[in-house]
Design a binder for this molecule. Structure first.
Ligand SMILES: NC(=O)c1ccc[n+]([C@@H]2O[C@H](COP(=O)([O-])OP(=O)(O)OC[C@H]3O[C@@H](n4cnc5c(N)ncnc54)[C@H](O)[C@@H]3O)[C@@H](O)[C@H]2O)c1
Ligand SMILES: O=c1ccn([C@@H]2O[C@H](COP(=O)(O)OP(=O)(O)O[C@H]3O[C@H](CO)[C@H](O)[C@H](O)[C@H]3O)[C@@H](O)[C@H]2O)c(=O)[nH]1
Length: 324
């Protein structure tokens, strides 16, 4: 039997594929490469290039492959773009998920693990955030992910399809093998942008606002290593097999770091100076996002392997310094 990884040529998807293959799983990837990279595709996975929204294509994959479970990463995920082009986000994220769920129903595949996000909460009412807290997304991206969660809830009720929705906080770092890591074009995430300074790809890192109500005035986030994320997906699939029960679970380290703290850690991890420029706030950034991680520990038995941000950044640095 095989695991289908939709979006397996992307950043988090590729790390999950590596973890699955390392465990001896048979892995099938579907990806249209819109933001994925051929070099992130594991050579032992069977790769089908195509779009999730292409029903005939997706059905042909389910016909050929003995798929028993799905991990779904494919989405548009830039908050700023989603504000300007919400319909593109509903089309790819919601309609793409609709086609996937219809195909799973047709081929009687009952288990799906999928990428949700802390953006489903919007501006949090309290820190750390618990899964039962209000979900009021402040942008179309978060709204599409919340809609995907709701689609799965009703598919469970109607068809007995079971899901684990993993609400990630800030994914970061790279596989310690140095072969795969975070590649986005354009890159918008803090850690890769910071590392572009010592890589001589940008003169300084812009800090978006130092007037937030936090300890040093910069935003606080919960950074989780991509291999720890990958591990949680595999545990979620095992949980579905063992318990056949749907869950929505936060996935973070449970520790908050400010933007300036991350820059300091990057200086230590790289041994290089990093010039900082303070800029105005980026619209839509909440001051503080930190996960309550009790549920992922209790339900999936997951604990993070990487808890030290300097070590996390070193794995990313190791990857970037090996790229030509
Ligand atoms: N990176 C983060 O910090 C973060 C945080 C929270 C949630 N997420 C979610 O995790 C998932 C993976 O994020 P990532 O950073 O690895 O993104 P990514 O862009 O690197 O990976 C997404 C992959 O899906 C593919 N894809 C997109 N639309 C597709 C379609 N219609 N058909 C086939 N393939 C398609 C892309 O080509 C890409 O390979 C996304 O759903 C994202 O919303 C990411
Ligand atoms: O050049 C930069 C880039 C980012 N930041 C700051 O660094 C923090 C982290 O920003 P990222 O863009 O790396 O990540 P976000 O917290 O904005 O977003 C991440 O987490 C969200 C959930 O909260 C979504 O899931 C989203 O997809 C995911 O990228 C923010 O305070 C941001 O303002 C800077 O100061 N300078």
């Amino acid at each position: 039997m095989a695991i289908l990884v939709v979006g397996g040529a992307g950043y988090i998807g590729s790390h999950t594929v590596y973890a699955l293959v390392e465990r001896g799983e048979d892995v099938v990837i579907v990806d249209n490469l819109q933001t994925g990279f051929p070099q992130l595709i594991h050579p032992n996975a069977r790769f089908y290039e195509g779009d999730l929204r292409d029903k005939a294509f997706l059905e042909s994959v389910f016909e050929k492959e003995p798929i028993e479970g799905v991990i779904h990463f494919a989405a548009n995920s830039l908050v700023g773009v989603s504000m300007k082009e919400p319909l593109e986000y509903f089309d790819n994220n919601v309609y793409g998920t609709l086609v996937l769920l219809e195909t799973m129903k047709k081929f009687n595949v009952k288990h799906i693990v999928f990428s949700s996000t802390a953006a489903t909460y919007g501006e949090p009412k309290r820190i750390p955030i618990e899964e039962s807290d209000a979900t009021e997304p402040t942008n179309p991206y978060g709204e599409t992910k919340l809609t995907m969660e709701k689609m799965m809830k009703w598919c469970d009720q109607a068809y007995g399809m079971k899901y684990v929705a993993l609400r990630y906080f800030n994914a970061c770092g790279a596989h310690p093998n140095g072969k795969i890591g975070e590649l986005h074009d354009p890159e918008t995430h803090l850690i890769p942008l910071i590392l572009q300074v010592p890589l001589n790809k940008r003169p300084h890192i812009c800090v978006f606002g130092n007037d937030y109500p936090t300890k040093d005035g910069t935003c606080i986030r919960d950074y989780i290593h991509v291999c720890d994320l990958a591990d949680a997906h595999i545990r979620a699939l095992e949980y579905l097999k063992a318990h056949n029960q749907s869950e929505t679970i936060n996935l973070g380290n449970g520790e908050g770091y400010s933007v300036l703290e991350i820059i300091e850690a990057a200086k230590k991890a790289t041994g290089q100076p990093i010039e900082v420029k303070i800029e105005p706030r980026r619209p839509g950034d909440p001051a503080k996002l930190v996960a309550n991680t009790q549920k992922v520990r209790d339900v999936l038995g997951w604990t993070p392997r990487y808890t030290d941000v300097e070590e996390i950044i070193r794995t990313a640095w190791n990857f970037y310094t090996r790229q030509v």
